[in-house]
Design a protein around this ligand. Structure first.
Ligand code: ATP
Length: 362
């Protein structure tokens, strides 16, 4: 186990800055996901932790030791990348054993560790199989096993599940989390798939355009996004974000959502945080899961434009023009396109953002 400190890391490629002053502490034994859209700098960060590339500025510390100038092979880091490196001329057993043989471990110990990891990754029946004929799913599992078997203090995984099918990905999410709990490694996991980050990570570092946006537990980034980017990126679908202005009324501070023709009341906590912003343009945010729909109940009437049924849940697309709303609900609520429903939002679940800066007010 090793704590990693990325201290004001900057990475430039010529005139282009791929990573802008990244400062991040990854704790001993923590599962940290680096999450963000394509090109945000996740792999660049990983490559620097691994030692494949050096930073343009800043330092990388492992347990307080500066890694600058320390070669890849001497960092105690194991990695699995999207393009698994498997020796196709070897069978599964020999691929797993490889890292331990290189380190000169006794045969009996190698055998016991190969069997343990093979059992863990459900590779036991395949140990004698030649690697050249394995499916993508098995190859990826083998790539993970090959790196994990040497029990590196730090385990880096860069999109390890992006080539495998959806059912296998779901299985591997559980297994990787289990593997990390078992071996207590510090794990850094790069993904653009928020489901992977949300289900496996202890904390998530959300990145965009080379800038670290927020670090927090999955629930923290979900419930309290620090800015509009995180609010829209986390969640499927992301948060509803409606433009409005903060206005004083006889009901206290409200958000005037002009294009919807309504003013939305604020909970006392949100109103208190927003007081200093009165009169300003804001973005009124709420999760699609926090919308309640009814045919006759209280709320704002909105037309249902489109309904997506995705198994256990349904997504209703509501409204027309600039201010559209998505609502997610269980299948026992009926909403048909072409009808009009009453839409209500729990005031306590509302998040407000400054429209000019995008930064969360509350
Ligand atoms: P992806 O999931 O697409 O790999 P990412 O978040 O991992 O995205 P990076 O691979 O870190 O992103 O790339 C960040 C930015 O740096 C991108 O715009 C990329 O084109 C650029 N970049 C990465 N490596 C180099 C390089 N060797 N030379 C020039 N530009 C690079």
């Amino acid at each position: 186990m090793t704590a990693i400190h990325l201290e004001n890391l900057v990475k430039r490629f010529g005139a282009f800055t791929a990573l802008k002053t990244m400062d991040l502490e990854i704790r001993d034994g923590e599962f940290m996901a680096l999450l963000g859209p394509s090109g945000c700098g996740k792999s660049t960060t990983m490559n620097m932790i691994a030692g494949m590339e050096g930073p343009s500025e800043g330092r990388i510390l492992f347990d307080g030791r500066d890694m600058n100038g320390v070669a890849m092979g001497r960092r105690g880091v194991g990695f699995v990348f999207q393009n698994y490196a498997i020796f196709t001329h070897m069978n599964v057993y020999d691929n797993l054993a490889y890292g331990l043989r290189v380190r000169g471990l006794p045969d009996a110990e190698i055998d016991s560790r190969v069997k343990k990891i093979a059992d863990f990754l459900q590779l036991t029946p395949l140990l004698k199989q030649p690697s050249a004929k394995l499916s993508v799913n098995i190859l990826q599992r083998l790539a993970i096993g090959r790196s994990a078997i040497v029990e590196p203090a730090i385990f880096l995984l860069d999109e390890p599940l992006s080539n495998v099918d959806a059912a296998f990905r779901a299985v591997m999410r559980t297994e990787l989390k289990h593997l990390q709990r078992q071996f207590r490694q510090t794990m850094v996991y790069v993904t653009h798939d928020q489901l992977e980050a949300m289900t496996m990570a202890d904390r998530i570092a959300v990145m965009d355009h080379g800038v670290l946006q927020q670090v927090g537990t999955p629930l923290e980034v979900y419930n309290n996004p620090v800015n509009l980017f995180v609010a829209g990126f986390i969640g499927s679908p992301g948060m509803n974000l409606l433009r409005g202005s903060l206005a004083d009324s006889d009901r206290g501070l409200v958000v005037d959502l002009g294009e919807l023709g309504l003013t939305a009341p604020l909970s006392p906590e949100v109103a208190a945080a927003a007081r200093a912003h009165a009169g300003r343009e804001v973005v009124y945010g709420f999760r699609p899961e926090r919308v309640s729909l009814s045919v006759t109940g209280e709320g704002v009437p909105m037309p249902v434009t489109f309904v997506e049924r995705i198994g256990a849940r349904t997504i209703a697309h509501l409204g027309t023009g600039a201010q559209r709303v998505k609502a997610v609900f269980d299948n026992d609520v009926t909403a048909e396109s072409g009808t009009t429903v009453s839409v209500a939002v729990e005031p306590a679940s509302v998040r407000l953002f400054d429209a000019a800066t995008g930064i969360a007010i509350r």
